[in-house]
Each structure stands twice: as structure tokens, then as C-alpha cells.
Design a protein around this ligand. Structure first.
Ligand SMILES: [Zn+2]
Length: 450
């Protein structure tokens, strides 16, 4: 799953990875037998965050942060900072694999095999893609196991044993062959027919495909990995549906997903597009979040929904895809003029060019990491503000931010946050919640004596 981000970055697999992250708002973490280094299971509202006439947002924020045990903070910092390096290792490891495929002419050999198998061009492309995905999955497997299995277990975030985890990897590969195969066939079809303007038509096709996969994901892809059911506990759905109706969302259903099958992380998301758009809570959140926390998280997710973040994300992706294709048009020509013959690649219409496309694409998106993160983080901040206004649960928000701190550094520096964070940092989220509370103190009945 994790060598993907390097490839993810690249266009062809972009939409597949998008599915993973169409889980737009990973909110917070999880349960089970909590290790000593975990965040507190129940986060109390500290005295400094109680309403009073001397309420101070900074003091309230610090009081919340002080509830995190030092060990838990050290562990979450180590996990998250390790992730910075993994962005680099994923990119480099992926790049080495792709360069090997080109340099050893394995890519050319895979193309030859595909051409010997059939005369039908789109089918040749599909066969090549399958060979390519199998080869890169096998070569990338050591890093995938470390990143997706060993490391997650080391930090107590994974719940699967190796067998089921491997099973999920197999399913992931099959989804990649099918969906990636369709996209690659479409794009090579465009390149072969429109040799001069492929980059613009290709961008349109890739973006439409992205929208299509986002639309089918909740109905056809998510169920491959997890079970989604209707949530029918009125104590939980009541306040959520009431909040939805108050915000003009005509929802009458809330879904839950058995995310605990894979992970201890608490999360909720808005997924799908158009008729398949839905709000889903995961079972870790249901089990471990306080009612206020659940409402705060759902308010945030409704913010994504009402503010059309999925649609805007697709439009934003289009801009990036066009930029990437323009870069590819130039850089492919340049690279093929230098090494094309040596790698036995006949040109941009030849499927054997794919590792080069992905290499250049992953370079492009690797460099743009801070921009992509900032774009996502901006949406997340908007959803936070919306969620605070909709749920009126600033303390629930702070609780969620602390739980989320199990796998996300709470208190980064500003540049660190700008480069690496795809959500606002825990500290900033708690502060935003406490600032909101400070300005809305009249909503909270002060306990007598205050
Ligand atoms: Zn979100």
C-alpha cells in the first residue's frame, strides 16, 4: 500500500491513491488494549477550558495539551516524523525500481511479451500494465511490508495479523490492475490518436476517470476491504441527523465502517460523489469518542460535504494533472532523445515508456508535496471552522484532536506544518476550538460559583 505514494504521485495511479485518501478527514485514533504510551482514552475538559469570565484560549489550549502523557507525545512525534523520511524513501525506492525496469530493459521485454500475446493494442496495454504492476509490487514489497505492516504494528496502530494483511494487499493489487488498467488503456489510446494535443485531452480523461473512481468507490471499492453498515443507534444518529438537517443536508442515514479490522485509528470521512456521497463514521471513533467528540467530528465531515470539497478537490486535481502533463510532454521528449534507444523505447505511444512516465510524474509530485499538503490542509481548516459552528462542541473538537495525536505530531513548527501536514496540527486545532469557545462563552452555561 505504501510504495504507492511514490507512484501515487504519478498520474496513472493517481486516482487509485485518491481512493485511499478520498477518506477525506481522518479524524482521530483508536482503542482495543491501549498501550501505556497511548493518548488518554477519555479526555477531560480541564479547569482552564471551563467557561468563566477569565477564560483564556491559550491557557485552555495548553491545559488540554498538558493531558497528553510525555511518553505518548514522544511516540506520536517519532511516528509522524518517521513519516517525513518515508516520503523521501518512498520516492527514492520507487525511482530506483523504475530506473532498473528501464535500464535493464525489463520494460521493453514486458512490452515485447504483451505484443506477442495479442495484436489488439488496448489489450497489449492491459497486459503490459498487469506485468508492470506485478513487477513493481514484488520489487517494492520489502518497503511495503515495513511501512504498511511492521511499522504500523510497532506503533500499535495496526490490528491485522500478517495473513489478513497480505490478503488486503492482494485485493489492492487486483483493484490496481482493473482500475489502473482501464486508465492506462484510455490514456495510451489518447496519446496514440492525438500525438500533439494528448496532454490536454489526457488531462481531461484522467480527471474524469478520477471523478468516476471517486463516485464508485463507496459502493464498489470500499466493500472489497471493509464492511459498511447503517448505523442504527438513535442516541448517536439522532444528534448527527439533527445537525445535518439544521445545515440543509437531506441525509436520513449515517453509515459505520469496521475500520478496526485493519487499524486502531479513529476516523470518519465523506466519500463518493453525487448520488454516492455519504458520511461514514468508523467503529473506532464510535467506541472511543465521547458523544461531544463524535458530534464535533461529524460537524467537520458535514463541512466537507456542504463546502463541496470532493468536487473542488477534483477541479484542483485537474489543474495539477494539466501541469504534470505539460511537464511530462517536455521531459519525456528530453529523456527519450537521450536514453530512448538504449532503453529500447520507441516513443511516447509505446507502453514500455510507462516507467519513465511514472518516474517523471513521481518527481513532479514529490517536489509539489508541500503545495498538495497545503491545499488539503486548507480544506481541512475550513471544515474545522464549519464543524465548530455546526456542532458547537469546541471541547469535543479538542478531545478529537488529542486522540488524533496518537499518529500525528501535536505541536510542530510552522514550516514543518506547512511542508508535511495535510491537516492542521493538533495544537492549532485545539487553539481554534478554544478561540471559538472564548467568543461563544454565552452558549455554555457557566457552572454555579463561576
Ligand atoms: Zn477532514
Amino acid at each position: 500500500m505504501k510504495l504507492r505514494p511514490a507512484f501515487c504521485a504519478s498520474l496513472f495511479v493517481f486516482s487509485l491513491c485518491f481512493l485511499g485518501s478520498a477518506a477525506w478527514g481522518q479524524e482521530a485514533p483508536g482503542p482495543g488494549a491501549l498501550p501505556a504510551t497511548a493518548m488518554p482514552s477519555v479526555v477531560q475538559v480541564p479547569p482552564e477550558a471551563q467557561p468563566s469570565d477569565h477564560f483564556d484560549a491559550v491557557a485552555a489550549t495548553n491545559a488540554y495539551l498538558a493531558q497528553i502523557p510525555a511518553q505518548a507525545r514522544a511516540r506520536s512525534d517519532a511516528y509522524f516524523e518517521g513519516g517525513y523520511w518515508l516520503i523521501l524513501w518512498d520516492f527514492l525506492y520507487g525511482a530506483i525500481i523504475l530506473i532498473l525496469l528501464l535500464h535493464l530493459r525489463w520494460s521493453a521485454a514486458m512490452r515485447n511479451l504483451a505484443e506477442r500475446s495479442t495484436r489488439f493494442k488496448p489489450l497489449q496495454t492491459l497486459i503490459y500494465w498487469t506485468e508492470f504492476l506485478l513487477a513493481t509490487t514484488i520489487l517494492g514489497f520489502p518497503l511495503t511490508v515495513y511501512e504498511g505492516y511492521l511499522r504500523e504494528h510497532e506503533y500499535g496502530l495496526a490490528t491485522q495479523t500478517f495473513g489478513p494483511w497480505l490478503g488486503d494487499q492482494g485485493k489492492d493489487l487486483l483493484v490496481g490492475i482493473v482500475l489502473g488498467g482501464i486508465l492506462v488503456m484510455l490514456l495510451f489510446g489518447v496519446v496514440r490518436r492525438l500525438v500533439r494535443t494528448w496532454w490536454i485531452w489526457g488531462s481531461i480523461v484522467a480527471t474524469l476517470f478520477l471523478a468516476f473512481t471517486a463516485m464508485i468507490a463507496p459502493v464498489y471499492i470500499v466493500p472489497i476491504f471493509n464492511k459498511t453498515t447503517l448505523l442504527d443507534d438513535p442516541r448517536i444518529t439522532g444528534p448527527i441527523l439533527s445537525m445535518a438537517h439544521a445545515n440543509g443536508i437531506a441525509a436520513d442515514k449515517v453509515y459505520q465502517i469496521d475500520a478496526s479490522r485493519q487499524s486502531t485509528r479513529m476516523s470518519a470521512n465523506v466519500s463518493g460523489l453525487g448520488k454516492t456521497l455519504r458520511i461514514t463514521l468508523n467503529d473506532n471513533l464510535l467506541r472511543r469518542g465521547s458523544p461531544e467528540e463524535i458530534q464535533a467530528v461529524m460537524g467537520h465531515e458535514m463541512g466537507h460535504y456542504v463546502l463541496d470539497h470532493v468536487q473542488k478537490g477534483i477541479i484542483f486535481a485537474f489543474v495539477f494533472v494539466v501541469a504534470a502533463f505539460v511537464f511530462l510532454r517536455w521531459s519525456l521528449e528530453w529523456s527519450l532523445a537521450r536514453w530512448g534507444e538504449r532503453w529500447q523505447i520507441r516513443g511516447i505511444t509505446d507502453t514500455a515508456v510507462l516507467p519513465l512516465v511514472l518516474l517523471l510524474g513521481s518527481l513532479f509530485f514529490f517536489v509539489l508535496t508541500p503545495i498538495m499538503n497545503t491545499s488539503t490542509r486548507t480544506d481541512e481548516f475550513e471544515a474545522d471552522m464549519y464543524g465548530l459552528n455546526a456542532s458547537r462542541q469546541p471541547d469535543g473538537f479538542a478531545q478529537a484532536a488529542i486522540h488524533l495525536g496518537e499518529y500525528r505530531k501535536m505541536n510542530p513548527g510552522p514550516i514543518e506544518e506547512w511542508v508535511f501536514f495535510d491537516h492542521p496540527s493538533g495544537r492549532n486545532r485545539i487553539y481554534a476550538a478554544m478561540r471559538w469557545k472564548a467568543e461563544n462563552l454565552k452558549l455554555f452555561t457557566p457552572p454555579s460559583g463561576n
